[in-house]
Design a protein around this ligand. Structure first.
Ligand code: UD1
Ligand code: CA
Length: 485
C-alpha cells in the first residue's frame, strides 16, 4: 500500500480546490484475454490509463490524482511513474466499490473526489470539469455522468426517479447488465463509470455495500441506492457526446476506440492546418505534433513523440517513430525512421532506414537503400544510394558514393568513422573504423580504407587494373578446342 504521508498538506487542498481524482485501474481485464494488465493496453500509441491521467492532470495537480492499481501493480506504476501521480494498491480485486474503499486514507484531506475509470480513455478535460461544476453547484453527494450510446449492452443502466410521469435528474439506482430484469434491459441510459462524490457521505456509507450479486463483487454503482436511501442527493448528468464515455472491455472495443481516437487526432491536425489526404489510412499517435501546410499522404504511420515541422511532405508507406523533423523536409515513399533528427529542407528516400541516433543535417540527402545508425550527416551532405553509415560523424558538403560501407564492428566492439567537410568518397568503398578522412580528401572508387586519410589527399585502396590484350579470345579458343575432343 503506498499512501502519501502528507495528504492534508496536498497543494490542491491548500489551494482550496478540495477535489481529488481517483482512477480505477486495478482490474485484470479478463475479457481482453491478455497476459498484460488491461490499463496498459494501448490506443493512439499510449496506454489506456495514460490517456485518462493526461485528461485528469489538466483538472487537478498530479499529486491529487490517485490511481488504484492491483493486477501487475508494479508494471502499471513503472509505466506511469513519470506523470507524478500517486498510487494506491488494491491487493485483491473485489470490485469497483472495494477499490474506492482502499482510497479512504488517501482522500482524508479532500472534500470531493472525481472517480474516473482507467478503461474509459476518451474522456475529455472539459467533461470532467463539467461534472465537477454541476456536482458542486447542485450540492450533490453523488453525481453520475451518464450517456445514451447507440448500443447500451454491457453497461450498467441508470434508473431515474420520476416526478409524476417526468424523469427527474435524481437517480434511484444503477443496475448492472447481468442483473437487469424483464424490461429493464430496454433502458438506454448508461452509467459511464465516471462520478463525483462528496467524500464525507461516501465513506460514511460505503461499508453498507455488499457483494451479494452474481459477480460476488462490491459494486461502486450500488452507492447510488445506498446514498439515496440515506437521504443524500444522487444526480445524473448526461454527457454531450456518448463517444467520450465508451469503455474498453474487449479487443473489439480496443480497436474501435483506437480508430475513434485517431480520427479525432486527424481532425485536430487538419483543423490546425495539416493536410492528410486519406486520414482513415494513416495511423497518427495522440502525442504527435505536425506543423502547418505539411502534407501527409495515404498509408503513413507517425508514432510516439514525433514532431514534424511546416511545409513538409510525407509520402506513402513511411513509418516514423519518435523523430524530430524540421521544416520543408521531403520524405519519399517507404522510409523507416526511428529516434532520429532531420534538419530543414532535407530529403529522404525512397526506402531510407534511419535507425536510432541518426542526425540528418539541413538540406542533406539520404537516398534509396541507405541505412544510418548513430550517425551525423552534416549540412548539404549526400548519401544517395545503397549505403551503410554507422557510428559516423560526417561533415558538411560531403558526397558519399553508392555502395559505401562503414565497417564499424569487429564482432566485439564498435568503432567510429570521421569524415570531415567536403570529402568525396568514391562508390563501393569500405571504410574500416576507427578511421578518419581529413577535410577535402578524395577516396577512389572501390577502395578499402584502413588508415586515416590526410586532408586534401587522394586515397586509393585497391589493386591496380591490368589489361592483357587478346587474353579472352585465346582463352575461349582453348576452351572450345577442349570441348570438341
Ligand atoms: C463498470 C460499472 C458499469 C459501467 C461501466 C462503464 C460497476 C460495478 N459497473 O462496469 O455500471 O457502465 O463500468 O464503463 O462499477 N477495477 C478496479 N478494481 C476492481 C474492479 C475493477 O480497480 O476490483 C477497475 C477496472 O480496472 C476498470 C474499472 O474499475 O478500470 C471498471 O471495472 P470493470 O470491471 O471494467 O467494470 P465494468 O464491468 O465495465
Ligand atoms: Ca469497463
Amino acid at each position: 500500500m503506498s499512501q502519501p504521508k502528507s495528504v492534508p498538506e496536498n497543494p490542491s487542498v491548500a489551494a482550496g480546490g478540495g477535489f481529488a481524482i481517483v482512477i480505477l485501474a486495478a482490474g485484470k481485464g479478463t475479457r481482453l484475454k491478455s497476459r498484460h494488465p488491461k490499463v496498459l493496453h494501448q490506443i493512439g500509441g499510449k496506454p489506456l490509463l495514460a490517456h485518462v491521467v493526461a485528461a485528469a492532470s489538466r483538472v487537478v495537480a498530479p499529486a491529487s490524482i490517485f490511481a488504484i492499481i492491483g493486477h501487475e501493480a508494479d508494471r502499471v506504476r513503472a509505466e506511469l511513474a513519470a506523470t507524478g501521480i500517486q498510487f494506491v494498491e488494491q491487493l485483491e480485486q473485489r470490485g469497483t466499490g472495494h477499490a474506492i474503499m482502499q482510497a479512504r486514507q488517501a482522500l482524508a484531506g479532500f472534500a470531493h473526489v472525481l472517480v474516473l475509470s482507467g478503461d474509459v480513455p476518451l474522456i475529455q478535460t472539459e467533461t470532467i470539469t463539467r461534472v465537477r461544476y454541476f456536482h458542486t453547484q447542485r450540492g450533490s453527494a453523488m453525481t453520475i455522468l451518464t450517456a445514451e450510446p447507440p448500443d447500451p449492452t454491457g453497461y450498467g443502466r441508470i434508473f431515474r426517479k420520476y416526478a409524476g410521469a417526468v424523469a427527474s435528474d435524481e437517480v434511484d439506482r444503477i443496475v448492472e447488465q447481468k442483473s437487469l430484469r424483464g424490461d429493464e434491459a430496454a433502458q438506454r441510459e448508461i452509467n459511464s463509470g465516471i462520478y463525483a462524490f462528496a467524500v464525507e457521505p461516501l465513506f460514511a456509507h460505503i461499508d453498507k455495500l455488499t457483494a451479494e450479486n452474481s459477480a460476488g463483487e462490491f459494486y461502486l454503482t450500488d452507492m447510488a441506492a445506498v446514498l439515496g436511501q440515506a437521504g443524500n442527493k444522487v444526480l445524473a448528468l448526461r454527457a454531450e457526446d456518448s463517444n467520450e464515455v465508451l469503455g474498453v472491455n474487449t479487443r473489439v472495443e480496443l480497436a474501435e476506440l483506437d480508430a475513434k481516437l485517431r480520427a479525432r487526432k486527424a481532425r485536430e491536425l487538419m483543423a490546425a492546418g495539416t493536410t492528410i489526404f486519406r486520414p482513415d489510412s494513416c495511423d497518427i499517435d495522440s502525442d504527435v505534433e505536425i506543423g502547418t501546410d505539411t502534407v501527409i499522404e495515404p498509408f503513413v504511420q507517425i508514432i510516439g513523440k514525433t514532431k514534424i515541422g511546416a511545409d513538409c511532405r510525407i509520402r506513402s508507406y513511411s513509418v516514423i517513430t519518435n523523430c524530430q523533423i524540421g521544416n520543408k523536409v521531403l520524405i519519399r515513399p517507404g522510409c523507416i525512421l526511428e529516434d532520429s533528427v532531420i534538419g530543414d529542407g532535407a530529403q529522404l528516400g525512397p526506402y531510407s532506414h534511419l535507425r536510432p541516433g541518426s542526425d540528418i543535417g539541413e538540406g542533406a540527402h539520404v537516398g534509396n537503400f541507405v541505412e544510418t545508425k548513430k550517425t551525423k550527416l552534416g549540412k548539404g551532405s549526400k548519401a544517395n544510394h545503397l549505403t551503410y553509415l554507422g557510428d559516423a560523424v560526417i561533415g558538411e558538403g560531403v558526397n558519399i558514393g553508392a555502395g559505401t560501407i562503414t565497417c564499424n564492428y569487429d564482432g566485439v566492439n564498435k568503432y567510429g568513422t570521421t569524415i570531415e567537410d567536403g570529402v568525396f568518397v568514391g562508390s563501393d568503398s569500405t571504410l574500416v573504423a576507427p578511421v578518419k578522412l581529413g577535410k577535402g580528401a578524395y577516396v577512389g572508387a572501390a577502395s578499402c580504407i584502413t588508415e586515416d586519410v590526410p586532408a586534401d589527399a587522394l586515397a586509393v585502396g585497391r589493386g591496380r587494373q591490368v589489361n592483357k590484350p587478346g587474353w579472352a579470345s585465346e582463352k575461349r579458343a582453348k576452351m572450345l578446342a577442349q570441348k570438341r575432343k
